[in-house]
Design a protein around this ligand. Sequence first.
Ligand code: ARG
Length: 462
Amino acid sequence: MATLWHGRFEDGPAEALQALNDSLPFDRRMFREDIAGSRAHVAMLARVGLISDADAAAIASALDTTEAELADGSFDFAASDEDIHTAVERRVTELAGAAGARLHTGRSRNDQVATDVRLWTKRELLEIAALVGRFQATLAARADEAGDAYLPGYTHLQQAQPVLLAHHLMAHGWALARDVERLLDTIGRTDVSPLGAGALAGSSLPLDPDGVAADLGFSARFQNSLDAVSDRDFVAEALFVLALLGVHLSRLGEEIVLWSTDEFGFVGLDDAFSTGSSMLPQKKNPDIAEIARGKAGRLIGNLAGLLATLKGLPLAYDKDLQEDKEPLFDTCDTVRLTLLAMDGLVSTLQMKTDRMAEAADNPFGAAIDLAELLVLAGLPFREAHAVVGGHVRAALAGEVPFADLVAADERLGPEAAALLEPGAAVRRRTTPGGAGPEPVAVQREQFAQMLASQLERLALLS
Ligand code: ARG
């Protein structure tokens, strides 16, 4: 079996070496990027006069054929194809004859693979950002639909103060907005061409790294050839940004799990986005939300694994770097699927707003409003807190209902009783960014503007 590097070797590779060494099973999915990189490289070689136009044309046409074969599945892989780069070069050489042997001039698989992974990651992150945008739009639509519906807000998972449902939904939306910003940032740092760095040191040939960078749609070329072939920061960043996005989906998933229980009863799950039990006929399970929660662990594992791979690597390229691709592909695939399923789940959730209001209309939800009423009358907050806390304690002890204690307390005055009316407390959350109808109306506008700006920036990049 003839490898690309057989010249220096007397013996062929052992089976065990090949099985461990080959990355073709997973890196073949970068074939389009590999071919794009080769096209730009060959065009550059011709431009600077390192190969003839005729050879460049023969190689370009062989690259077209190779790409078509890889796309339609008719490509015949050989046992010696250890990765997508060797597979493509071998085929091009078969198709283009003598010209094919000039394809790898001035290039190493080290700068080639870094180029491919950057091209792949740029496109993929952009597509994922668009899917996040879609999900944000779903949250915004559900928030609009929710109108002035409200539910209990929680701290420590104990009922705290009522909040508008729209406010709660948009809270998840803002977290996703930061994810999109981080994706855009990461795309920016991914957008640098390593092609022309060679194995590690550049070349004696008159290559044009700026030209290939521009040709491939990169915003810049590398500054340092050692860094260019050994840098996988962009992969680690992508894995972090997507793991954090996964953590956000997981937190939302956890709430949907809770909200869909009989005990909460805040949401109903659509048939198409929930599952049944093989044994218990009455069950409807929130599997998507649970899987979103579960997948976050895997995304964090992919990030931790890559960081561990990178931490001990001396400059420049080391074969350990081949371990960058599987976690990257797995994370991207996982996040895409989770986003789509969560989008479906959230867009079809049945919001049980009567039940939410009932849970939120616990009179203790207005305890802070009563204390603040005393503050407005001049009482120091700590004393006001103690007065209302005393009524809560007495009511919980079962002596007199909270409302009666409040009505009977002259310090609280005549306005106090109205604060305990259903829905009153949430309407009093009037400060900027707060949970009541007034600030939420402003927030809806700001959320829509933010979304439009993100979509615009994504469109400019695609
Ligand atoms: N399959 C390799 C990878 O994914 C390509 C680079 C191989 N370079 C080398 N010097 N053997 O990293």
